[in-house]
Every structure is written in C-alpha cells, then in structure tokens.
Design a protein around this ligand. Sequence first.
Ligand SMILES: Cc1cc2nc3c(=O)[nH]c(=O)nc-3n(C[C@H](O)[C@H](O)[C@H](O)COP(=O)(O)O)c2cc1C
Length: 184
Amino acid sequence: MRYLEGRRQDDRQARSDHLLERIERRRSIRKFTPQDVSDQQIRLLLSAGMAAPSGHNFQPWHFVVVREEDNRLALAETHGYAGMIKQAPAVIAVCADSEMSLHWLEDACLAAGNILLQATALGLGAVWVAVYPHAEHEIFVRGVLGIPERIRVVCLIPVGYPAEAKPPRTKYDPGKVHLERFGG
Ligand SMILES: Cc1cc2nc3c(=O)[nH]c(=O)nc-3n(C[C@H](O)[C@H](O)[C@H](O)COP(=O)(O)O)c2cc1C
C-alpha cells in the first residue's frame, strides 16, 4: 500500500513530464474576460470532445454551440448555479442521442471531460454546469435551444478567457484506493 501513499517527490517529477500535470491544471473557471473565443478554438474543443471513447464507438453525442447573447442570457437562467454563463462568450451544450446508445450518458460525460481539459490546454477557462439529471433543467435548456426530446442534455460548458486564476491541485487521496478488496 505504501507505494500508493507516498513518493510525492517522484510524483512531482512524473507530473511535470506527463499529461497529469495538465489534467491537474484544469480548474472550474466561473469568471471570464469579454474577449471572444475563435471558431478555431471552438473546433478544437469539439474535436477533443469527439475524440472521447464511446460504447460500441457509436458516438451518440451532439453539441450545440451558443454564441448569441440572447441565448446565453437565457441559458444563464437554467438554475441558480449557471449565472456565469452571462459572462462567457461561448457555451457548448453537451447532448446525446438516447435512442442511439444505452451508454449515451457515459459517452457524453467523457466528451465533456475532454472539452474541459482541451479548454485548459488552450489557455481558456470553462466549467461544467449541470443539466442532467434534473428534468426541469433539461426541459428548460431544450426549450431555449430547440433540442428534440430524444436528445438528452447532459451539461452546459461556458468557455472564455479566464478572469480568475486558480492553482493546479492534486486531489489524490490514498483513502479512496483499495487493494484487491474494498477496504483493503
Ligand atoms: C456533474 C457536475 C456538475 C456540476 N455542476 C456545476 C454547476 O451547476 N455549476 C457550477 O458552477 N459548477 C458545477 N460543477 C463544477 C464543480 O463544482 C467543480 O468541478 C468542483 O467544485 C471541483 O472544482 P474543480 O473543477 O476546480 O476541480 C459541476 C461539476 C460536475 C462534475
């Protein structure tokens, strides 16, 4: 078990060389400057999303890119923790076709995770704003964006240049690791 608990020094070196260092740099950013994000940046975010693994490789995801102010202001009203959407120059609604795959939720979550990481890599800030599993939020977003019923809305990701700085951090917790058997 000790090898999973210690060796922070070794970990630091490995982190700086590897993807983990970038992964830990991703933080939820909820304050944005007015600077716009480019179409190319949006394309890179979507490419990262669509690079995710998916059950049977069905790729059931859909992404609604929202830039118009009226739509963004409407989405900011989705619930009480979505207000930062007002400031963000772009929002990506991560959706999935629930008739295409039993794994639509897992697939959409993986795509969303990739988008968050790619945003960090581009020097942008982003945050997951929950829609699923709250039916009322999903109905609201569907109404704003004209999304048909079979297409489930998993989350909204506001994206922009960060107006707040958050340090990278590890959340590694040996207490969450079990060897061979739960509790071991
Ligand atoms: C499923 C899920 C739902 C979340 N919903 C919201 C949300 O509605 N509004 C928000 O501001 N942050 C939301 N977050 C972001 C979390 O608050 C954030 O990831 C957590 O506090 C850890 O901080 P970090 O992302 O900086 O590591 C959500 C994250 C996840 C994964």
